[in-house]
Design a protein around this ligand. Structure first.
Ligand code: PHE
Length: 459
């Protein structure tokens, strides 16, 4: 970065788009946060990690670590007024920090590229299930339900077709721009998502087993809290807010300077959590009503749930609505991931938006094809003992995201000038102190704990 902080800021402000208002920002940021992490990962983890014990620890992690890092990322974006790499360089320069700190954004770039390449593959699975639900799961037997998913994974043609459709849907919106593409898509999809979810919740209260679902998620059972529960909860808090990927930095960089960062971040965390909890209640109420097990793991959404839709009243309609909801959630997240990468090409390499998005989409599409093939034709191909899909997932969520989060916490907690942080956050003394303790101590220590867990426990 040759440009000085001042220059790049003013140039950035002149050419940068802005979200229309604070609510638009909250909506798009929640759109990024609410995704497969909420509707697929959170429920299955709750199902396998002791139900309420996991929920409780997750909420603590989200407030103690997730929220403080989310505030830090939005702040870096708004102060740096640039993409997820240049924002660090700009803030580092303004704080007269070592140039090393200006480069840490690259970790997020690699991470978010890995995520885009496999997220669009999973988005494709969900599209296939939306169509299957539309046709109807009636008459599905338990055997067919589990082989149904296995046979999807075994057919490269279907996987690649849906992956291609999902990449095109994502790139198509991002090409339209920040306000006329991303904001507009979220303005439609997020309210629609909430509407469908509330509808499903009402349905489950009256027609499924909500008391059992409630008890499973909220009946306090501290004896189930162990090391593995704590660390999975922390990892989930990271994934669900998309921390350490530069996404919140880029979205924060389009935020107007008068908007209150901490309060907006809090709303996003509350929305994200409410949606994860509501989705889990719906899923468990339906699963329990059909006497199915909650602990199916990653197969809960695609292996267990269709079975419930097959045998419940109005299952056809409910199943379809449910998968439309998941498609919306995954789509708005994929859009934010694609924008994060495109912004780097647009701002650092001065590419036109359409070209940048096309380059990002085609690259992620190619790597994603490798991920599709890792379930079938290339299943023998292993790198570090992992197939391509698992490698992309593990590399991003177990190594790059926490590493980048750790760097961000150290950068904001210890390196960036305090006046700059205070000026951007405009918090009362006490609230600022609480955030400072969280970003200086709690977040770094918790992330180091995740790392120790990854390298000591083989899952
Ligand atoms: N938070 C999203 C989810 O829960 C995923 C995501 C990851 C979004 C990284 C942005 C960046 O599915």
């Amino acid at each position: 970065m040759q440009a000085t902080f001042q220059n790049s800021t003013s140039a950035g402000v002149l050419t940068r788009n802005h979200w229309t208002n604070r609510w638009a920002f909250i909506l798009v940021t929640a759109g990024s946060a609410v995704g497969l992490g909420n509707i697929w990962r959170f429920p299955y983890m709750t199902g396998t990690q002791g139900g309420s014990a996991f929920v409780l620890v997750y909420l603590v992690c989200l407030l103690a670590v997730g929220l403080s890092l989310l505030i830090a990322e939005i702040l870096l974006g708004r102060r740096g007024r640039a993409d997820g790499v240049s924002s660090f360089a700009n803030v580092a320069q303004a704080s007269k920090a070592h140039p090393f700190w200006g480069k840490i954004g690259w970790i997020g770039v690699i991470s978010v590229f890995c995520i885009l390449s496999f997220y669009t593959v999973v988005g494709g699975w969900i599209m296939e299930y939306m169509v299957r639900a539309g046709i109807g799961f009636q008459g599905l037997t338990p055997d067919q339900a589990s082989t149904g998913f296995e046979s999807l994974l075994a057919s490269p043609g279907t996987l690649i077709t849906w992956h291609t459709v999902f990449v095109a849907m994502t790139g198509g919106v991002v090409m339209l721009g920040v306000t006329s593409g991303i904001e507009r898509a979220n303005r439609f999809m997020m309210p629609a998502l909430l509407f469908i979810l509330i509808g499903l919740l009402i349905y489950s209260i009256f027609s499924a087993d909500m008391p059992s679902a409630w008890k499973f998620m909220f009946h306090f059972s501290p004896e189930k809290i162990d090391r593995s529960v704590i660390l999975s909860a922390l990892g989930q808090a990271f994934f669900t807010l998309g921390l350490g990927n530069g996404t919140m930095i880029v979205y924060g960089s389009y935020l107007k300077s008068e908007t209150d960062i901490a309060r907006s971040a809090l709303y996003v965390v509350v929305l994200d959590t409410l949606i994860a909890i509501m989705a889990s209640l719906v899923i468990f109420a339906i699963v329990f009503a059909q006497n199915l097990p909650p602990g199916a793991g990653p197969g809960l959404l695609l292996g267990t749930l269709p079975l419930a839709f097959a045998s419940m009243p109005a299952g056809h309609f409910i199943g379809f609505a449910f998968f439309v909801l998941v498609v919306f959630a995954a789509w708005t997240s994929a859009i934010s991931i694609c924008e994060t990468l495109s912004a780097v090409l647009i701002e650092r390499f001065k590419l036109a938006r359409k070209k940048a998005v096309a380059l990002v989409s085609v690259s992620a599409w190619i790597v994603g094809i490798g991920a599709c093939l890792s379930f079938n034709n290339w299943s023998e191909l292993k790198i570090l003992d992992l197939g391509i899909f698992d490698l992309l997932d593990s590399l991003s969520s177990k190594v790059l995201m926490p590493l980048s989060g750790l760097m961000i916490a150290i950068f904001c907690g210890w390196i960036v000038k305090r006046e700059l942080l205070q000026d951007e956050l405009k918090l009362s003394r006490t609230v600022y102190r609480v955030w400072e303790v969280a970003i200086k101590w709690i977040a770094p220590l918790a992330i180091i704990a995740i790392f120790i867990n990854i390298f000591t426990i083989k899952t």
